[in-house]
Write a protein that binds this ligand. Structure first.
Ligand code: UD1
Length: 429
């Protein structure tokens, strides 16, 4: 397995281009199943999860045509057309689903389009049990019959789905996306109450509306969907990845550097940006570029609690913890979304961090981080170790099991190297 070797202590500087959002791309790719007309998506990121979803869609009979593919420093993402006019399977097999939880997002579209779906249960994962009960309840509310057998969810609605009021007891991003996609072709009106309102869901709803869906309340926690009979062809550009954006903001801050982020927008990250400013990081936006620096100012400790959008994103919790490990004083982070999302803590402790855990709260006593050999455990935990390693003055860190990083960060080592970091990939057997 590949490893990353990083020698820390370089003050990062230069420009980095932000890729399209992985978490917006995945549901929108799945939405192509809803239509027998082609859907062209622009700005898809070059990451392994996109390939996994593409493989799954191909297995279902969706034809994928690569229309263009920017490479290198000026990459503008992939352009792919998805043509689901001749679906030939409704089965999402275990072998594909186990690689990526988000595969469950084909459930709603398959059911809505064909009346049937058989999708492997995603199983556990490193950041907690992550059930899909709310996805299934939403499908039942829309009239589907659900059975679970031998690790597969079988759903059927041979006479089509029927609109309903769905009140989510907790905010779920994937559950909202599945229900939204299913409701678009259901007969009559659906109301999604206490819906997640992450920018990725807004992007999905905007794309569906471009395809001819009738969704109101886009960007809010109550979505009203009037079902339509069919969808037309459309072209949609994926929004910039706000989590990659936040990660590079921290890369600038943790190395006390000064970098420029291109092809992004801070609008989707207001709460997070406010917190970084509270820490003392300087962030400015000028003519579609974002400038981050932390070279002169003393940084301050803070208390953070993760929450659904527009709150502090759980997907930036691990990276922010790395930064706070380098900020003098006592900070705390409470993780409110996932029950087991502190897998990076023991690894950061190996790098000299002083962190104590009490249930859902991590208390951090800021100081210096050192190089060490560590293990990546999930996508965001992995990148938090990269950030921590960048700050370890002239010391070497080896990060094992970095395949997690490739799932969600496009060309990470080449992007960071361009900013001046000493980072290499050691090819494993
Ligand atoms: C999505 C994101 C992930 C992010 C998370 C929270 C994608 C591909 N992934 O994951 O990066 O960390 O949102 O912002 O977009 N839950 C249930 N039952 C369900 C569904 C969820 O109990 O049926 C619970 C989960 O265990 C978790 C919470 O709800 O505790 C939120 O999960 P959810 O918003 O559904 O996360 P994902 O869609 O899996």
């Amino acid at each position: 397995m590949d490893k990353l070797r990083i020698v820390g202590g370089t003050t990062l500087s230069g420009r980095v281009s932000i890729s399209g959002a992985k978490n917006a791309s995945l549901p929108i790719m799945a939405a192509s199943i809803l239509s027998d007309n082609p859907l062209t998506l622009k700005n898809l990121p070059h990451v392994a999860d996109i390939l996994s979803m593409a493989n799954l869609l191909a297995t279902l009979g969706v034809k994928l045509t690569m229309e263009g593919c920017g490479e290198g420093e000026n990459a503008q993402g992939k352009v792919i057309t998805f043509d689901a006019s001749s679906l030939n399977s409704v089965v999402a097999p275990y072998d594909l689903v186990r690689k990526m939880r988000a595969s469950i997002l084909v459930l709603g579209p398959l059911l809505a389009r064909t009346g049937y779906a058989k999708v492997s249960l995603p199983g556990g994962c490193a950041i907690g049990a992550r059930p899909v009960d709310l996805h299934l309840k939403a499908m039942e509310k829309l009239g589907a019959e659900i059975e679970i057998d031998k690790g597969y969810v079988s759903a059927k609605a041979p006479n089509g789905l029927v609109g309903a009021d769905i009140n989510f007891p907790i905010v779920t991003v994937g559950g909202t996306e599945n229900a939204l996609m299913a409701a678009v072709l259901a007969e009559g009106r659906t109301r999604l109450i206490n819906a997640a309102c992450e920018p990725e869901i807004e992007d999905l709803a905007n794309c569906l509306n471009t395809m001819g869906a009738k969704i109101e309340g886009v960007g809010t926690s109550e979505l009203i969907i009037d079902g339509v009979e069919s969808l037309s062809s459309a072209t949609h550009r994926i929004i910039p990845d706000r989590i990659e954006t936040g990660t590079y903001l921290i890369a600038g801050a943790i190395t006390r550097g000064s970098i420029i982020l291109e092809n992004t927008c801070l609008e989707h990250l207001s709460f997070f940006v406010d917190k970084l400013r509270e820490i003392g990081v300087i962030i400015k936006e000028k003519e579609d570029k974002v400038y981050v620096s932390a070279n002169k100012k003393e940084l301050r400790c803070v208390d953070i609690t993760t929450a659904p959008y527009p709150g502090f994103p759980t997907d930036l919790q691990a990276q922010t913890m790395s930064l706070l490990c380098t900020v003098t004083g006592k900070s705390s982070i409470r993780e409110n979304i996932f029950e087991n999302r502190f897998m990076h803590v023991p690894e950061l402790i190996r790098m000299g961090a002083k962190i104590s855990l009490d249930n859902h709260t991590a208390s951090i006593e800021g100081g210096k981080l050192h190089g060490a050999e560590v293990m990546a455990t999930d996508l965001r935990a992995s990148v938090s170790l990269v950030l921590a390693a960048l700050s370890a003055d002239k010391e070497e860190t080896l990060i094992n099991r970095i395949y997690h990083l490739d799932r969600g960060y496009e060309r990470i080592e080449s992007k960071i190297r361009t900013l001046g970091a000493k980072i290499d990939r050691l090819k494993g057997s």
